[in-house]
Design a protein around this ligand. Structure first.
Ligand SMILES: [Ca+2]
Ligand SMILES: [Ca+2]
Ligand SMILES: [Ca+2]
Ligand SMILES: [Ca+2]
Length: 326
């Protein structure tokens, strides 16, 4: 090889090395480069060069919702209604052409719902209820940390809640929300509807947790009970706005469940039940016999101090289990 050619090749090699070095320095690495967040969650982003040496940058959200602090903490907006992306850009201080970015995907909660007829509220047990609470829907919104229940009432019966630290008073909303969190009808108890609602046919609900709406604890929350030992295992936080009651249940209060659950409810006032959700399919649990005299919710209510005759007396209505007698 001619000596001149060797020099040229050597020179090209040096230039390539210099360029490679410049390229390395010019790259700003954002970690993580992408993230998936739910409403209100945060992620801390860092900016370094390729060798991992931190670099001073200015952060900004260049597209989509959310905010970022000067130290690189991105926070998702308080509500996320649909899957959305946001782009966060970092510009190295003093080097406006040196930038890096991260893409944040915002994930909405998973929603489901139970719709109930309007105008179907009656004094089911003939207990002398003063307010026939009429629920029109219970909707659920599930994130990785909480199950939020939104109970909507007919506008003519906006609920009144007991004061914090109190049992239901005259005309206050009362009832049960029951959750079959393992979605297995063979585990847990029959739903409260099974005992308080004269509806047919059988359902597949085996209740593992329930929220009694008869008492608010000192913090203003409803207690969450598991059905294996009727033990208070956590709090559900209510918020009332007109005819809409929102109840937020941390998944840690449901034994760390994933928030996917069968749900049913019976609601009324302090005297007795007035509306069942669902109206059908809530009466008898598949594989479980329901004997009104063995209603486990009755002794729970007596222990709690509830005296409403529609809640604490055995129902006079018998659940029809066979058509052979007709
Ligand atoms: Ca209703
Ligand atoms: Ca179950
Ligand atoms: Ca579940
Ligand atoms: Ca109903």
């Amino acid at each position: 090889m001619p000596r001149k050619m060797v020099y040229i090749l050597a020179l090209l090699g040096i230039v390539a090395l210099i360029l490679a070095g410049c390229t390395q320095v010019a790259r700003l690495v954002i970690t993580p480069a992408s993230a998936i967040l739910e409403a209100g969650e945060s992620v801390t982003l860092t900016a370094t060069n390729q060798a991992g040496v931190p670099m001073t940058v200015t952060w900004s959200v260049t597209s989509g919702p959310g905010t970022i602090s000067t130290s690189g903490v991105y926070t998702a907006p308080a509500t996320v209604a649909s899957v959305t992306t946001a782009t966060v850009t970092a510009v190295r201080t003093g080097y406006p052409n040196m930038t890096g970015f991260a893409v944040i995907t915002l994930k909405p909660p998973v929603t489901a719902g139970l719709i109930d007829p309007m105008g179907d509220a009656v004094d089911i047990m003939g207990a002398g209820t003063t307010v026939n609470y009429d629920v029109t829907s219970i909707k659920t919104s599930r994130s990785s940390s909480a199950l939020v229940l939104t109970v909507t009432f007919d506008t003519t019966t906006p609920p009144a809640l007991p004061a914090p630290g109190s049992l239901v008073g005259p005309g206050d909303l009362a009832g049960f929300i029951t959750l079959d969190t393992d979605e297995d009808g063979s585990t847990g108890l029959p739903s409260a509807n099974s005992f308080f609602c004269p509806s047919l046919p059988s359902s597949a609900s085996g209740v593992d947790f329930f929220i009694p709406l008869f008492f608010r604890n000192g913090a203003g929350n409803y207690d969450v009970y598991e059905t294996a030992g009727f033990t208070d295992v956590g709090d559900a936080t209510p918020a009332l706005a007109g005819n809409v009651l929102t109840i937020s249940v941390p998944l840690t209060s449901l034994g760390g469940d994933d928030g996917m659950t069968y749900l049913s409810s019976v609601q009324g006032d302090d005297m007795g039940p007035t509306d069942c959700l669902p109206d059908e399919g809530a009466a008898v649990v598949t594989g479980k016999g329901v004997v009104p005299e063995e209603n486990p919710y009755l002794s729970f209510l007596v222990d709690l101090g509830v005296t409403g005759p529609g809640w604490v007396q055995n129902p006079s209505i018998s659940v029809q289990t066979s058509s052979s007698s007709l």
